[in-house]
Design a protein around this ligand. Structure first.
Ligand SMILES: Nc1ncnc2c1ncn2[C@@H]1O[C@H](COP(=O)(O)OP(=O)(O)O)[C@@H](O)[C@H]1O
Ligand SMILES: Nc1ccn([C@@H]2O[C@H](COP(=O)(O)OP(=O)(O)O)[C@@H](O)[C@H]2O)c(=O)n1
Length: 223
């Protein structure tokens, strides 16, 4: 038994599996906080691109950590991300950032720095928090009360992402697959670790997916 009184729900999974939208809805249903950890990696990526750098160059990525002032805040109104005082909540969602973010995520010094901040956010969250990303169930919060690997077939994930961003479906699919391939060399979010429950949303509606996870939390709290 941990001394923690709040409930921590950890969700990992590949791109387009529904992590951020489902996690946000689960948090709303339970009255919990919500943490989208990918936003921090995206913010650092945004900063490097803004400065004209390339995330392919590890030295550039490490240099961006020097004096880094990235803040992920979560309150009732949702999550805001600022970097060096700029609100980048919307700017970090562009395809340009998505295409470059894996270069930042593979740098261990970045992961250690952001994980420290995530753990602090999770530690103080009341009455609970839903945190989602690629390594929440395994590295950031392996002791979470409920740990979920949210999956869906790749074709379905591509269709969902295409529905959000539009453009050329073939290109959207190629980019999503390339990002998952790069990210999976860093974190294993394609197979469930011990004690992690797989929720496959391929044939579930959005609401059914949210309900499946809320049920896991409710069951855990009644144990
Ligand atoms: N079970 C589901 N059924 C249908 N659409 C879904 C489902 N889960 C998520 N979506 C939709 O798929 C899209 C991608 O979800 P998102 O939360 O951005 O995924 P991720 O954060 O894993 O990349 C969103 O438009 C979301 O509403
Ligand atoms: N816990 C996490 C979360 C995100 N990431 C990285 O951050 C990127 C953006 O994450 P995201 O959750 O916003 O991605 P989407 O699947 O929502 O597009 C991922 O492609 C990973 O490179 C990570 O390495 N570890």
């Amino acid at each position: 038994m941990s001394a923690r009184t709040s409930t921590v729900v950890a969700i990992d999974g590949p791109a387009g599996s529904g992590k951020s939208s489902v996690a946000r809805a689960v948090a709303q249903a339970l009255g919990f906080r919500f943490l989208d950890t990918g936003a921090a990696y995206r913010a650092i990526t945004w900063l490097i691109l803004e400065q004209g750098g390339s995330t392919d160059d590890e030295a550039t990525v490490v240099a961006a950590l020097d004096g880094l002032d990235v803040d992920v805040t979560v309150d009732a109104a949702g999550q805001r991300v600022t970097i060096a005082g700029h609100d980048v909540t919307d700017a970090i969602r562009t395809e340009r950032v998505s295409a470059a973010v894996s270069g930042v995520a593979r740098v261990q010094a970045v992961r250690s720095a952001v994980n420290e901040r995530f753990r602090e956010i999770i530690r103080v969250a009341e009455p609970g928090i839903v945190a989602e990303g690629r390594d929440i169930t395994t590295v950031v919060a392996p002791d979470a009360d409920v740990r979920v690997l949210l999956t869906a077939d790749e074709a379905v994930r591509i269709r969902r992402r295409f529905g959000d961003v539009g453009g050329d479906q073939h290109q959207v699919g190629a980019r999503l697959a390339a990002r998952d391939a790069a990210d999976s060399t860093v974190s294993d979010f394609l197979t469930a670790a011990d004690g992690v429950t797989v929720v496959d949303s391929t044939h579930l509606t959005f609401d059914e997916t949210v309900e499946a996870i809320v049920r896991l939390v409710t069951e855990e709290n009644h144990d």
